[in-house]
Design a protein around this ligand. Structure first.
Ligand SMILES: C[S@@+](CC[C@H](N)C(=O)[O-])C[C@H]1O[C@@H](n2cnc3c(N)ncnc32)[C@H](O)[C@@H]1O
Ligand SMILES: O=S(=O)(c1ccc2c(c1)CN[C@@H](CF)C2)N1CCSCC1
Length: 273
């Protein structure tokens, strides 16, 4: 794509996000019936189990974990907060950073109660579900910053955001494909965030398969670059990552409720070469 076209696509995407509504987004994706902990085939326990295993199987360690494109959600770091003593959350929009700050500062006005997610991860860790308050306190202790990020910039974070060696681990969920107009831009963005990671550091990536749009609020239809597994693997290789594990979840028919056209979800654990 010639340079002008690439910039236009990214600019158009940024314009869509000016209408993103964190409260609606949380309601569409993170409350029942879509987010159901009781269903055996539910996506939310699957995602939390993928993250729990990835963070606790012994090869992931260090000081600094960065979540790229956090949005208004915290589930991404519920397992990682027990492994890293410095966790950075990041997002492009101030409205999302404000939502995260409200939870972090235990203020009124949060748009989602994360207790069921905290309790579920405590169960995965073999702790009693009532330990969720301790986990919430741990999160509030280790999340040291909530920063602006733009994955389309070669340097997605402010220069002083990370130690010179880079982060030890990155996690990113439903971000890159949701902010990229095409596969080349997705791959470029993956390369940009890869530069935030030290060599040998780990990337945990969760994303949508086969999705071409989602609603980021009432009437806020946001385009998504539809991906398949082969394209995800190709982009990882092209961006200097070695794949450790790829897992795929296929959405049950009744989970396809119109807020998006996602058909499946991938989980990737990879290591930076
Ligand atoms: C689909 S949401 C994913 C939110 C969350 N990680 C999750 O798992 O639900 C995509 C997020 O990407 C953010 N975003 C939009 N443009 C971005 C950009 N250029 N760089 C980084 N993040 C961006 C949006 O603000 C939004 O929070
Ligand atoms: O956790 S999910 O896999 C999920 C969670 C978030 C998103 C999607 C899917 C797909 N569209 C994304 C747009 F970027 C956002 N999930 C989909 C099934 S029901 C519960 C929510």
């Amino acid at each position: 794509m010639e340079k002008k076209g690439k910039e236009n696509g990214v600019a158009a995407m940024a314009a869509c996000y000016q209408r993103f509504d964190p409260a609606a987004y949380l309601q569409y994706n993170y409350t029942p019936p879509r987010a159901d902990f009781e269903r055996k085939d539910s996506i939310v326990p699957w995602k939390l189990a993928c993250l729990h295993r990835a963070f606790t199987e012994g090869d992931v360690s260090g000081e600094v974990l960065v979540d790229i494109g956090s949005g208004p959600t915290l589930y991404q770091v519920l397992s990682g907060c027990e492994v890293f003593n410095k966790v950075l959350l990041t997002d492009y929009l101030e409205v999302n950073r404000q939502e995260l700050r409200r939870w972090l500062q235990d203020e009124e006005g949060c748009n989602l109660d994360w207790t069921p997610y905290l309790q579920h991860v405590c169960k995965l860790e073999g702790r009693r579900p009532s330990a969720w308050m301790e986990k919430a306190a741990k999160l509030r202790e280790v999340i040291t910053d909530i920063l602006p990020v733009d994955v389309h910039h070669p340097q997605p974070l402010a220069p002083d955001a990370l130690p010179s060696a880079g982060a030890d681990c990155l996690v990113s969920c439903f971000c890159l494909e949701s902010v990229s107009p095409d596969l080349a831009t997705f791959t470029r963005a993956l390369g940009h965030i890869g530069r935030l990671l030290r060599p040998g550091g780990h990337l945990l990536l969760i994303g949508a398969l086969g999705e071409s749009y989602y609603f980021g609020g009432p009437g806020v239809k946001i385009p998504v670059v539809p991906l398949n597994e082969a394209q995800v693997c190709g982009s990882l290789k092209e961006s200097g990552f070695t794949l450790i594990r790829l897992e795929v979840y296929t959405l049950p028919q009744d989970m396809r409720v119109g807020v998006d056209d996602v058909t499946g979800v991938f989980f990737v654990k990879a290591r930076k070469d």
